[in-house]
Ligand binder design. Structure first.
Ligand SMILES: NC(=O)c1ccc[n+]([C@@H]2O[C@H](COP(=O)([O-])OP(=O)(O)OC[C@H]3O[C@@H](n4cnc5c(N)ncnc54)[C@H](O)[C@@H]3O)[C@@H](O)[C@H]2O)c1
Length: 254
């Protein structure tokens, strides 16, 4: 795969203060791109933006106006936008029946699905103004497999894959590529609630925690950011794909 040259590129990264977003931000900055981190975690985001000579914007992706402001900040500060990495996400959306929780449902759908819709909508004019660019959303393997431990998470991630499949052909003619990444587990804070909450083997959180520890192994966010694994810098070769590599083809981080 050809190396990504970020020189002169500007990338907006939602959920960029921590985890996979922060690792991708570091990777893109190392390849020469200017990065704008958009997140609700201002402390971590500010610190990382200073480290990378980038910018931080406080942004709750559930609010369309926040996404518009984040794009405007990228344009004002660095002159345009080439990559919108719509990556902010949370787990724990609950389910149906005994697991139903309206607040958790609305939060998870708002961040994981609305946040991608609003982010793509906000980024499009700036990408068009550059003559094209990339919209990359972080979906999940949960979009492609059964997730009985977090049904609403599976639903909103599947919706993200459906969204990019619809948007890809729509904007391909304008040079705007739309893709989703479908990572399996990476060892980030998103897994924390499912780790220590319960040790009871009959609880869903225990099963998820066990599965995540076994599946995650030593995958780190930085490993997920390597081109050829999950990084938008890898420049997926076609529009509207959901990248879902075979973990066996990708070495684990040491
Ligand atoms: N870690 C995994 O195992 C895994 C697997 C598959 C997919 N994903 C997806 O990867 C993405 C990144 O998650 P991560 O693993 O790096 O987790 P993380 O918790 O480390 O990072 C998520 C980031 O999103 C931010 N965020 C939360 N709510 C927000 C909001 N309303 N507005 C803006 N930012 C908000 C958080 O502050 C945090 O910086 C998510 O979309 C997640 O669903 C993660």
């Amino acid at each position: 795969m050809a190396p990504f040259d970020g020189t002169g590129k500007v990338a907006l990264i939602t959920g960029g203060s921590n985890g996979i977003g922060a690792a991708v931000a570091r990777r893109l900055a190392r390849e020469g791109a200017r990065v704008v981190l958009a997140d609700v975690d201002a402390e971590a985001g500010d610190a990382l933006a200073r480290e990378l000579d980038g910018a931080f914007v406080r942004c709750d992706v559930r609010e369309p106006a926040d996404s518009e402001a984040a794009v405007a900040a990228a344009v004002d500060r660095f002159g345009g936008l080439d990559v919108a990495f719509l990556n902010a996400g949370v787990a724990g959306g609950g389910g149906v029946g005994d697991d139903f929780d309206l607040a958790a449902y609305r939060r998870a759908m708002g961040i994981n699905l609305d946040g991608v819709v609003f982010g793509a909508h906000a980024a499009l004019p700036a990408l068009r103004a550059r003559g094209g660019g990339d919209i990359v959303a972080t979906a999940s393997m949960a979009a492609l497999t059964a997730t009985p431990f977090d049904p609403v998470y599976g639903a909103n991630k599947a919706a993200v894959v459906g969204l990019v499949r619809a948007l890809g052909p729509t904007f391909a003619g304008e040079g705007v590529r739309v893709n989703a990444l479908c990572p399996s587990f990476a060892d980030t804070d998103i897994l924390t609630p499912s780790r220590g909450t319960s040790r009871r083997p009959d609880s869903r959180s225990w099963r998820w925690g066990t599965w995540s520890r076994r599946s995650c192994g030593s995958w780190t966010p930085a490993a997920r950011a390597r081109p050829g694994t999950w990084c938008p810098a890898a420049r997926p070769s076609r529009s509207a794909s959901a990248a879902c590599p075979d973990p066996a083809e990708h070495p684990r981080a040491s």
